[in-house]
Structures are given as structure tokens and as C-alpha cells.
Design a protein. Structure first.
Ligand SMILES: Cc1ncc(C[n+]2csc(CCOP(=O)(O)OP(=O)(O)O)c2C)c(N)n1
Lengths: 319, 325
């Protein structure tokens, strides 16, 4: 795999900062009561979506989860309409019907976040079946957490994908927590990648480092595209905040949370880029400023949109 | 009597039953260390330990049938499904296994299992976290379906459900979890299958359950200002439902409205309406009417227009009063 050049590195960095800042803003507006329901942020986990989606074209597919903002953004979702959906406005991608937990953009192959843990895994596998069937050369990435690997559908989907050598990568972000329970409650294995052995597919584990993720995801996606079947790719990441915004994580303890926050995939990458002179401090300031302006604009846009009218509630239930 | 929240009444029922019978145990996601996603089992892990308050992986299909296997061997599991929407992942377990184990194997087994789950909209949690699916279970022979509306009822009914030798689908409602109400200090149970008249009236019978009991009581207050007195019959159990109580009320009022939060089509209201038409049609002075949610998934940002309200009940009651045969 070709090493990413300077422009690529800056692009990775910019995308990671963008996801981080967007989710920080979401926490703020959610806490103000501007966004109804629940939101789950992926702050601390920005490396995976960026490292993975950098290999995907607009026509490739990705399925996401309740913690899926980062992946949708890395795949290219338009921030304004993303915001409008979260604000429950009719201009949103899902007409304001679904919010954060069901964000989808069919045109970009963002197949939809899912409120059912594991729900997206077999659906993504079906997209891979369609790609193979039609010989389109598209690949699919199913994203999910380690908690989802205890659902039956995870095993059923991987087994079928392995049998049919489907063009899919199963990308699991192992942040060691599923809601309020640590990994030991959920799994008898330490590494999700070990589950791959049951389907005789490659299982790979990488740290929360965007360059390593980029490299391993690149191999897996290439393999899928060439018709050599699926890979189970595990990214060891950290969940900084609670399961949802508002969860104070008392069950985890302040020190453990502080420890997790020290492992900052964004800050580590920033340090590396500064050290290697890929970026200067002033570039970072500029990048941050531009992103902040874009975010503020998107939030203003969402605020200015209108909620769906109750008369539209039944629209489109059937074709 | 003491004032406690609905969610705490659930905890007390489980705690007291676990103290009473060492075969009772709780199993589900985040029920142990975390004390339950909605706090229903807070403190039980510390009190009873990890063998009796079992934290599971996210594996609804697996742990529901595991509970069934344990029940068939003499234990009395309480299964917690975090949101009713997720019970869909355990439908084979409940419909093909739990409901049929006794009958299919020639009555050799008893399977005393309670599957608890909160239903309903109210949190703006969207299409996959807000559904009311009780009618599905009421349609499956072999299951009982309970859906209490108050702290008092939830405690007494959960205790009888745990003591019942049949499988019970125990439907809570998320918006009721925080509701306070009086609960007896003594050990009491409420029989499954018995309705409760929550308010007496002579003009129209409103048959309802769970969250809609409270909307019906609000409607009763509004209507009473106009001189209309409705009788609010809280079914408390929808399978088996208390025909006698419903029929008695209709024999008094001669008009019937059925209100539930689930979508109107094919809800439990349809069954009650059909049974009334089949058996005591001559008691009715007007067509039966139903209040239920629109036939559409629960929309995130339109939730407050989606969930049936006291105004809908008021409107429907008035409509029945305007009609006759
Ligand atoms: C079928 C189902 N069961 C339970 C839940 C509740 N739930 C939502 S997220 C979650 C934990 C998921 O953990 P993981 O897959 O590791 O993802 P993470 O939240 O760590 O990103 C649970 C149990 C659900 N949404 N769907």
C-alpha cells in the first residue's frame, strides 16, 4: 500500500478535527435542548471513520450505528442536511423522522444508522451480495461496536459472507464498553479479531492510529474489491464520553475516563504532523477556524429549517 | 402506604420475590452492575450477587431461550428486554419456544418465566425505540400479557407474574417509570386477568391500559366539566382480559370507547370490540370507537402529534355520544 503523501495527511487531519468539532457542537446544542431524543458521540474514535472511508468512493456502501456520525461525515454527508435531520427538521436526510440514530444518505451509499444493535451488519452484507451479483466492483464496509458481535446476526452474516466471498469489510470499533457494561461481561475473547477464525476469514486488529487503520483497511478493502472475500477488522479505540450524551459514566470512574481521554487519536496525529513539519501551528489554527465557521453555518441552517408538518406524517409509508 | 415511583415498585417486586424464592433470578443487558438501563434493578446485584442478577451480552435471542431452558428445569427467570422494540430479536424464543414448550410436549413442562420490557413513545427516541407491540403477544396462545398503569398495580402484578407458572409478557411503559403513586407496605399481589375501574361513570365506558389510563383519566376530568361522566376501565391484563368487568361496565353505560397507545389497526382494541359485538351487541346504543396511534412508524420529531392524547379521547367520547343506531 502506498504511504499517504502530505496532502493526504492534511486531509486525514482535517477530517478528524471536523468530526471532533462537529460532535462537540452536537453535545452543546443537545444539552441546550435543541436536539430531541438521544445522541451518541464518537469523540476519541475519529481515526477509524477517516482511515476507512478514505478508501471508499461515493458509490461504495457503508452501514453505521447509533454512534455513526463520524462514519457518515467521513463518507461525505452534507453537514447542513445532517444537522437538519438531527434537529428533527423536514429538510433533513430522513425528513426529520429519525434523527441521529437513523442517519442515512442513499446517494452516498450511507446505508443508515441503526437503532438495533447489530441490525446493520446483515443489511450491509446484502449490499455486498448485490454488488457481487451485479458485478459492479463496489465494496461495502459494515461498522459496529464490539457489543454488536454478541448478536446472532453478526455471526450469521459473517458466515454467509465468507461462504460467498462477498465484497465486504466488517469494521469493529472495540471501545471496551457497551452501554454501561465492560467488555468482560460481553465476550470470552479479548480481541474481536479472534472471532474471524470461526469463518476462516482474516481477522486483523489495529490500534487507534489513523495511519495504521488506513493501511489495514486499505488491504481489506482491496481484498474485498478483488473478489477475495471479507475481513474482520478490529480497531482498538476509546469511548470518552458516556453511552449517550448525558450519561455521567459513574460506573466507570473518573480516573478510567481520564485515562481513556489521554489516548487521543487526534492529538497524537497532530503531534506527529507538527513534528514531521507537515503542519505548522498556524495551519492548525486556520483549519480549526474554517471548520468552526462551517459548523456554525450548518447549525444556523438547521435552526432555520422547519419541523415537518403533522399532515406529512403518513407520507411515503408505501410506494 | 408509601409513595414510590413505578420503576421502584418494579424493583421492590423483584427484590421481594427473590427474597421469597431462591429460584427467582434476573437476566438481561445491563441489569447487574448498572442496575438496569432504566434503573429497575438498582441495588439487586449488590444484594443478590452475580449468580442471581445476570448481566448478559447483547444477545436477546440467546438469553431469552436460555432463561426458558432454566425455567424448564425448575428456575423462575425474570428476563429484562431493554426496550420492547428489541424483543423482535427474541421472537423465535418467545413465540416458538416459550409459548409452546408446555403444550407441544404434552403438558410435561411448566415454564414460569416473566419477560419484562418497557414500551411506548415519549423520549423522542424514534422508530426503533418507541413501539407498542403488545398485541402481537396477545395473539400467541400460551402467553399471558400484562400491562400495568400505576406503581401499585405494577408491583402487585409483577409479583403475581413471577409466581405464575405460565409465561408472562410484562409490558411496562417508559413514560410511567417516573410516575409516583401509593404502594402498600404489606406483601400483596394483584391477580392476572382482573381489570380495575379507575373511575366510575355512567355515560361512556373507556376501556384502556398502561399509559392511556392516565390520558383517559385526564379526559374524564375535562368531560366532567361538561357534565359527561366516563367510566375508565383499566384492563391491567390484556391476555386474558377481564370480559366480565368490561361487559358489566357496558351494561351500565351502553357506549364503548377503547384507547391504546399502539397503532389503532389490529391493536387489542380490535379484539375487545369484536368480542363485544359478538356477545353483547344488544347492550350498545352506539357504534364502538377506538383511539390509537396512526398506522405509521413512530416519527422522531412528530411524536407529540403521534401519541394519542386526552383530547383524542375526549373527541372520540363525544362522537360516540352523538351517535346511535
Ligand atoms: C437489539 C438491541 N439490543 C440492545 C440495544 C441497546 N443498546 C444500544 S447501544 C448498546 C451498546 C452497543 O455497544 P457496542 O456495539 O459496543 O457499540 P458502542 O456503543 O460501544 O459504540 C446497547 C446495548 C439496542 N439498541 N438494540
Amino acid at each position: 500500500m502506498k504511504k499517504p503523501g502530505k496532502a493526504k495527511l492534511i486531509e486525514f487531519y482535517t477530517k478528524m478535527v471536523r468530526i471532533r468539532k462537529i460532535e462537540q457542537k452536537l453535545m452543546e446544542v443537545f444539552s441546550n435542548g435543541e436536539i430531541p431524543g438521544f445522541i451518541h458521540v464518537s469523540i476519541g474514535q475519529e481515526a477509524a471513520p477517516v482511515g476507512i472511508c478514505s478508501h471508499l468512493s461515493d458509490s461504495d456502501y457503508i452501514s453505521t450505528t447509533h454512534r455513526g456520525h463520524g462514519h457518515a461525515l467521513a463518507k461525505g454527508i452534507d453537514l447542513k442536511f445532517f444537522m437538519a435531520e438531527l434537529f428533527g427538521k423536514r429538510e433533513g436526510y430522513c425528513l426529520g423522522r429519525s434523527g441521529s440514530m437513523h442517519l442515512a444518505d442513499k446517494n452516498l451509499g450511507i446505508m443508515g444508522a441503526n437503532g438495533i444493535v447489530g441490525g446493520g451488519i446483515p443489511i450491509a452484507t446484502g449490499a455486498a451480495l448485490a454488488a457481487k451479483y451485479k458485478k459492479t466492483g463496489q465494496v461495502v464496509v459494515a461498522t459496529f461496536g464490539e457489543g454488536a458481535t454478541s448478536e446472532g446476526v453478526f455471526h450469521e452474516a459473517l458466515n454467509i459472507a465468507a461462504i460467498h466471498k462477498l465484497p465486504i469489510v466488517y469494521a469493529c470499533e472495540n471501545n471496551e464498553w457497551a452501554e454501561f457494561s465492560p467488555q468482560r461481561i460481553h465476550m470470552s475473547v479479548k480481541d474481536v479479531k479472534d472471532r474471524a477464525a470461526a469463518y476462516a476469514i482474516p481477522g486483523v486488529s489495529v490500534s487507534n492510529d489513523v495511519l495504521k487503520i488506513y493501511e489495514e483497511a486499505g488491504k481489506a478493502i482491496k481484498m474485498a474489491r478483488e473478489g477475495r472475500g471479507p475481513t474482520l477488522l478490529e480497531i482498538k479505540s476509546e469511548r470518552w464520553y458516556g453511552h449517550y450524551v448525558g450519561d455521567a459514566q459513574k460506573y466507570r470512574g473518573k480516573e478510567k475516563v481520564a485515562e481513556a481521554m489521554k489516548k487521543d487519536c487526534l492529538l497524537n496525529f497532530e503531534k506527529l504532523l507538527l513534528k514531521d513539519n507537515v503542519l505548522q501551528r498556524k495551519d492548525i489554527d486556520r483549519i480549526e477556524k474554517e471548520i468552526q465557521a462551517e459548523i456554525n453555518e450548518a447549525v444556523d441552517f438547521a435552526r432555520g429549517c422547519s419541523p415537518p408538518d403533522p399532515s406529512e406524517m403518513m407520507d411515503g409509508l408505501y410506494v | 402506604m408509601k409513595e414510590i415511583r413505578y420503576i421502584f415498585a418494579i424493583k421492590e417486586a423483584m427484590e421481594e420475590e427473590m427474597e421469597r424464592d431462591e429460584n427467582v433470578f434476573l437476566i438481561g443487558e445491563d441489569v447487574g452492575l448498572a442496575g438496569g438501563s432504566f434503573g429497575a434493578s438498582r441495588g439487586l446485584y449488590d444484594k443478590f450477587g452475580p449468580e442471581r442478577v445476570i448481566d448478559t451480552p447483547i444477545s436477546e435471542a440467546g438469553f431469552t431461550s436460555i432463561a426458558l431452558g432454566a425455567a424448564s428445569c425448575g428456575l423462575r427467570p425474570i428476563v429484562e428486554i431493554m426496550f420492547m422494540d428489541f424483543v423482535t430479536c427474541a421472537m423465535d424464543s418467545i413465540v416458538n419456544q416459550v409459548a409452546k414448550m408446555r403444550y407441544m410436549f404434552g403438558n410435561q413442562y411448566t415454564v414460569p418465566i416473566v419477560v419484562r420490557m418497557p414500551e411506548g413513545a415519549g423520549l423522542n427516541a424514534g422508530p426503533q425505540h418507541s413501539q407498542c407491540l403488545e398485541a402481537w403477544f396477545a395473539h400467541v396462545p400460551g402467553l399471558k400479557v400484562v400491562m400495568p398503569s400505576t406503581p401499585y398495580d405494577v408491583k402487585g402484578l409483577l409479583k403475581s407474574s413471577i409466581r405464575d407458572d405460565n409465561p408472562v409478557i410484562f409490558v411496562e411503559n417508559k413514560t410511567l417509570h417516573a410516575m409516583k403513586g401509593s404502594v402498600g407496605e404489606e406483601d400483596y399481589v394483584i391477580p392476572i386477568g382482573k381489570a380495575d375501574v379507575k373511575r366510575e361513570g355512567e355515560d361512556v365506558t373507556v376501556v384502556t391500559a398502561s399509559r392511556m389510563v392516565h390520558e383517559s383519566l385526564k379526559a374524564a376530568d375535562i368531560l366532567s366539566q361538561e357534565g359527561i361522566n366516563i367510566e375508565v376501565v383499566d384492563l391491567r391484563t390484556i391476555q386474558p382480559w377481564d370480559k366480565e368487568a368490561v361487559f358489566n361496565s357496558i351494561s351500565k353505560t351502553h357506549r364503548l370507547v377503547i384507547a391504546h397507545e399502539a397503532v389503532k389497526q389490529f391493536g387489542f382494541g380490535a379484539e375487545i370490540s369484536a368480542a363485544v359485538s359478538e356477545e353483547i351487541m344488544d347492550e350498545l346504543d352506539a357504534p364502538i370507537m377506538r383511539v390509537g396511534a396512526p398506522f405509521v412508524p413512530v416519527p422522531y420529531s412528530l411524536e407529540k402529534f403521534y401519541v394519542p392524547s386526552s383530547e383524542d379521547i375526549v373527541g372520540t367520547v363525544k362522537k360516540t355520544l352523538e351517535q346511535g343506531f
